[in-house]
Design a protein around this ligand. Structure first.
Ligand code: K7E
Ligand code: CUA
Length: 662
């Protein structure tokens, strides 16, 4: 985003012929707003005393880190990094045998992605604290994180997509999450000239059904759109429940130098998709089965393992064959964010190159669709007349609007990348009531519940791209950053800067009280269905199957069973299946063995995890617990004797006194 928008900045500068540098972020260095009495007031409002809990969780995307960062508000304290599309050495996500399948795709194992948009599950238009979803932008995927464990529970790949950016956005009861493609591509993929863009390229909008009980995702259908670049999305609520909205740029349908070529038209489009209508068309058998390849990966808290399923087909609806399914709303100009206000009536669009913020009216959209108030079509998708759907305009609020969130008092907050500020305006009267600078170059912003029907309000958090002069320098790469503003008064008040890990595109926040009741403290050993579980110490054993050795091992404060193993040979593949026997909150044990070409495993109470080790040299090799679990944690260690390939060393193992074992 950063680079693209810097291009837009230069374009805008050229177009307007004015020097805006004084308005951009870096020109505002050291304009401190937190000194003196103001500073101590702000400190008081963000101070969470030692031992006290924050009021909100904030989940921020890590952008190119592929993770979700979990922070407390108002303190800004970082609690956890949840690995989603990235491997994580701390907890072995993507390294151990159990979680490797999570990162399987139709392109093989893909241990990285670019995560932009966290989306908290909702019930009746309100965040419910059950799950949080997030997109993988690069190799199109959507993940679900379970908020009882704060671990990634499911990842589904999205076929016919390329750049899963307008994703994931949820309906008000989490019936669907929508995922639009940023890059149009040939569908199905084929070897054609890039110059045949207009003729061959299409954009798929995916509708993924979410099981209300398990959260499991399933691609219900796709809508095959003309070759536009679908940028952001949102879903209707209240009266507009049943509809989803996608911004697009490149209505010019160009395939090179988009910074210029896709900025020609005065208006681009928001695609309004009636998904309830789509369900009718599906029932009526109007969908076509397209052959595709994608992976669906699900982690089970019972087997403590993920499985990958290869999927082969997807249902596709073609708009020209399904009247009333999709309308295009002309929208100035290269719109980025699209956000529906809490009443469900206004569809607020941020045209990056537009002087104004445009709000479409949902009730007018319905009327215009009914009376076929069309202004041509694109590839068979009717365009509604701009004037017929326009609900209101915020006049010249700032430069480079990107995203809008709402509070509980009828106000909207829009981020402005170029003028680097948050602008507060009133929904319905469209008047600007306040503005505050951000430091610097804000992307998304976040109000707790700010995209739901019942925003919790209280704070707005700016998620910034540039932090020059704000923090101690850390080499060429400076930290990314969030800024917390109080919004309970008439004027926004900057309270706190805090760094984030990775680029925080978007974040969502929720009252901690909605999340805490579902917390899992440990896994019940009696319910552990891992195929290599070792439920008690006396079940510990070592089994050779050809060159594979399976070690059924347990861990408890402060020893492994077994802790002495002999009979392993160079050329063997050794599987340490380690079960943590603890049945208490906050007592993980770790396991690492010298020379293993992987990460440690960090096993939660009641869980089993597997580390694979292929010893290459003879000798006696130590292993140990990596988590300081007790006063005798250092003693939690053991040895494996490795003999030459073909040696006659017998397989045996013990804990305490050596004794023969079968
Ligand atoms: Cu505006 Cu990817 Cu939502 Cu970055 S995106 S800011
Ligand atoms: Cu177990 Cu340290």
């Amino acid at each position: 985003m950063k680079k693209h928008l810097i291009h837009f900045l230069s374009l805008l500068l050229a177009a307007m012929g004015v020097l805006l540098l004084m308005l951009t972020g870096c020109g505002q260095a050291n304009k401190s707003t937190s000194t003196g009495a103001l500073g101590s007031n702000a400190a008081q409002k963000t101070y969470v005393a030692p031992g006290s809990l924050d009021e909100f969780y904030m989940f921020a995307s890590g952008g190119f880190s592929g993770q979700i960062g979990v922070y407390g508000l108002p303190s800004g304290r970082l609690f956890k990094q949840i690995p989603v599309f990235s491997v994580d050495a701390e907890k072995s996500y993507g390294f151990n045998e159990e979680t490797k399948p999570m990162l399987q795709t139709s392109h093989g194992f893909v241990p990285w992605d670019d995560a932009h948009h966290p989306a908290l599950s909702q019930t009746n238009g309100e965040t419910d604290g059950r799950w949080i979803f997030i997109n993988g932008n690069n190799t199109p995927r959507v993940a679900r994180v379970d908020l009882s464990t704060f671990e990634t529970a499911e990842i589904i790949e999205i076929p016919n997509s390329a750049g899963n950016h307008s994703s994931p956005y949820l309906t008000m009861n989490t019936e669907y999450l929508v995922a639009g493609t940023r890059f149009s591509v040939p569908i199905p993929q084929k070897d054609v000239s890039i110059s045949s863009y207009k003729e061959n390229f299409k954009g798929a909008l995916s509708f993924i059904k979410v099981d209300p009980n398990t959260g499991h995702m399933n691609i219900e259908f796709q809508v095959l759109m003309p070759g536009l670049d679908f940028d952001l999305a949102t879903c209707g609520k209240g009266p507009s429940h049943g509809w989803s909205f996608f911004t697009s740029y490149n209505s010019e349908q160009k395939n090179s130098l988009l910074e210029v070529n896709a900025s020609q038209n005065d208006k681009d489009f928001v695609a309004a998709v009636n998904w309830k209508k789509a369900e009718e068309y599906l029932k009526a058998g109007k969908a076509k089965d397209f052959p595709v390849n994608y992976m669906h990966n699900v982690y089970s808290d019972e087997t403590h393992m993920a499985t990958s399923t290869a999927m082969k087909s997807v249902k596709v609806l073609i708009p020209s064959e399904c009247p009333g399914l999709v309308y295009l709303l002309p929208t100035p100009k290269s719109p980025h964010g699209v956000d529906v206000d809490p009443t469900g009536e206004y569809i607020v669009c941020s045209g990056k190159l537009s002087a104004d913020i445009t709000a479409h009216s949902f009730s007018k959209l319905l009327k215009a669709a009914e009376s076929k108030d069309f202004d041509g079509d694109v590839g068979g998708v009717p365009i509604l007349k701009f004037e017929s759907v326009l609900g209101g305009t915020v006049k010249e609020p700032g430069l480079g609007p990107l995203h809008t969130e709402f509070d509980d008092k009828g106000f909207a907050y829009t981020s402005f990348f170029i003028s680097s500020e948050i602008v507060k305006w009133k929904v319905g009267t469209w008047e600007v009531v306040d503005r505050q600078p951000t430091f610097y170059s804000i992307g998304h912003l976040c109000v707790p519940g700010g995209n739901s029907m019942k925003p919790e309000g209280k704070y707005v958090i700016a998620l910034n791209k540039i932090t020059k002069d704000r923090y101690l320098p850390t080499g060429p790469e400076l930290t990314q950053s969030a800024q917390l503003y109080a919004i309970d008064g008439d004027k926004m008040e900057l309270l706190l800067d805090f760094p984030t890990i990775g680029e925080p595109h978007y974040a969502q926040a929720i009252s901690a009280s909605r999340v805490i009741p579902r917390q899992k403290q440990f896994f019940k050993l009696s319910e552990n269905k891992h195929p290599y579980v070792t439920p008690t110490e006396k079940d510990a054993k070592v089994v050779r199957e050809g060159k594979n050795i399976h070690i059924y091992m347990t861990m408890i404060r402060s020893h492994f069973a077994p802790d002495n193993i002999e009979g392993v040979k160079v050329g063997d593949k050794v599987y340490f299946h380690v079960t943590n026997l603890e049945q208490d909150f906050d007592v993980p044990h770790g396991f690492a063995v010298m020379g293993a070409n992987t990460a440690e495993i960090l096993v939660m109470p009641g869980q089993t995890e597997t580390l694979v080790w292929e010893p290459r040299q003879e000798g006696v090799i130590p292993f140990y617990c990596t988590d300081f679990c007790s006063a005798l944690h250092q003693e939690m260690q053991g040895y494996v004797r490795v003999s030459a390939a073909g040696s006659g060393t017998a397989l045996k193992w013990w804990l305490g006194d050596e004794k023969p074992v079968q």
